[in-house]
Design a protein around this ligand. Structure first.
Ligand code: MG
Length: 382
């Protein structure tokens, strides 16, 4: 059996000088003894996967609500796809793929029910009470709200995981973590995972939109990025088949992934960023050396605009988004006046956090179906 130290050294041997080393991830807010044979990031990963918030991702909308079909992405399958993309990219770049995976698995824990519509209405309802934003909520969940250990609140993830998870460092209240993020920067793994998120949803939303018959394949021909992948396969026999479409989709994803790797590596080289220290310096001076080429960024913006116009704002999607918003608005109003209906584990934070934060924690943590059933129970009339 390998010792903990052997495992640690073995892992670090594969990493480039710019990666976050496993030995750097040992530090936690509440000091703990190391596990005999699981490295810190493996523990972080397992803690996230075993958490309640992670399990609930299965019943939270990505774009299509659960009842619309079993073959569409949910927050959970989206999350797993992001983890896969991030792991691949980190690995090929010599970065810490375990860290990329940890950040990916936790990145959407703070999402509300009913997709982005849920976040929009909750942040509107919370605007005079400290606001609501799902990235901040993901951090709040792993730092405070998950309740599984007698020794500490939250999951007590390693500092590097938390810093990586803080997407908008500057906007957070000044905590030790945000200062650390500002000063030394997150790992490159965190920036890669942000892009992996984008790659995953841009690809899978096309697939789900077509599967749900809200987008037609022919509409994609107007997009530069689609023309590019089509041109690689033009002349193949099965041009109209479903499998041909799947092949194009895989190619679309590969194109974005390869572009991200190549253009990030080129930027790192050009800027002379070779070590973690170089990256921290670059970060401090405002450089963000992870990203797609300019041409690819333009193509991705065009694709996003397309998805927004043709999918996210499609009447069939908007109907459900609006219903989701009404449910959340109803629950917020109802529970504010009937706080006895709020579970004790949330209500017990009323003194310290105020009733509005309690409402936002409880409601944002709900799955679509739980929110529906609670709204029903409290007399929601649509
Ligand atoms: Mg996401």
């Amino acid at each position: 059996m390998k010792s903990y130290n052997e495992l640690l050294e073995e892992e670090d041997r594969h990493l480039s000088d710019i990666a976050v080393k496993n030995s750097e991830t040992v530090e936690r807010m509440y000091p703990e003894e190391e596990h005999p044979y699981r490295l810190p990031l493996s523990r972080d990963r397992d803690r996230i996967v075993h958490s309640r918030s992670f399990k609930r991702l299965e019943y939270k909308t990505q774009v299509f609500i659960n009842s619309e079909g079993d073959n569409y992405r949910t927050r959970l399958t989206h999350t797993l796809e992001v983890a896969g993309v991030s792991r691949t990219i980190c690995r090929v770049m010599g970065l810490n793929s375990h860290l990329g995976e940890v950040i990916a698995l936790a990145h959407d824990l703070g999402h509300t029910p009913f997709g982005h519509a849920g976040q929009d209405i909750l942040s509107e309802l919370m605007k005079d009470f400290g606001g609501f934003e799902h990235n901040k909520q993901s951090l709040r969940i792993v730092e405070e709200l998950e309740n599984r250990y007698s020794e500490f609140p939250g999951l007590n993830l390693s500092r590097m995981s938390l810093i990586g998870l803080m997407k908008h460092g500057g906007e957070y209240e000044k905590s030790d973590l945000s200062i650390l993020r500002e000063e030394s920067g997150p790992g490159l793994e965190s920036l890669i995972t942000d892009c992996a998120d984008e790659i995953a949803y841009n690809s899978h939303d096309i697939e789900d939109g077509i599967e749900r018959n809200l987008i037609h394949i022919s509409q994609l021909n107007s997009l530069a990025i689609w023309q590019r992948v089509v041109s690689d396969f033009r002349g193949e026999k099965d041009e109209n088949s479903e499998l041909y479409f799947r092949k194009l989709l895989r190619s679309l994803m590969n194109t974005m992934v390869s572009n991200l790797i190549e253009s990030t590596e080129a930027t790192l080289k050009k800027e002379g960023i070779r070590t973690r220290k170089d990256f921290s310096e670059a970060w401090k001076s405002g450089k963000r050396p992870v990203g797609f080429s300019l041409e690819m960024s333009d193509s991705i913006s065009e694709l996003k605009k397309f998805l927004s116009a043709n999918l996210y704002n499609h009447p069939d999607v908007v109907v459900n988004s609006n219903r989701g918003k009404r449910i959340i608005e109803f629950l917020f109003g109802y529970l504010k006046n009937h706080s006895e209906k709020i579970p004790e584990k949330f209500l017990s934070r009323r003194e310290s956090d105020g009733i509005y934060r309690v409402l936002s924690d409880y409601i944002s943590g709900m799955t679509d179906r739980y929110a529906e059933s609670k709204a029903d129970e409290f007399g929601f009339k649509d």
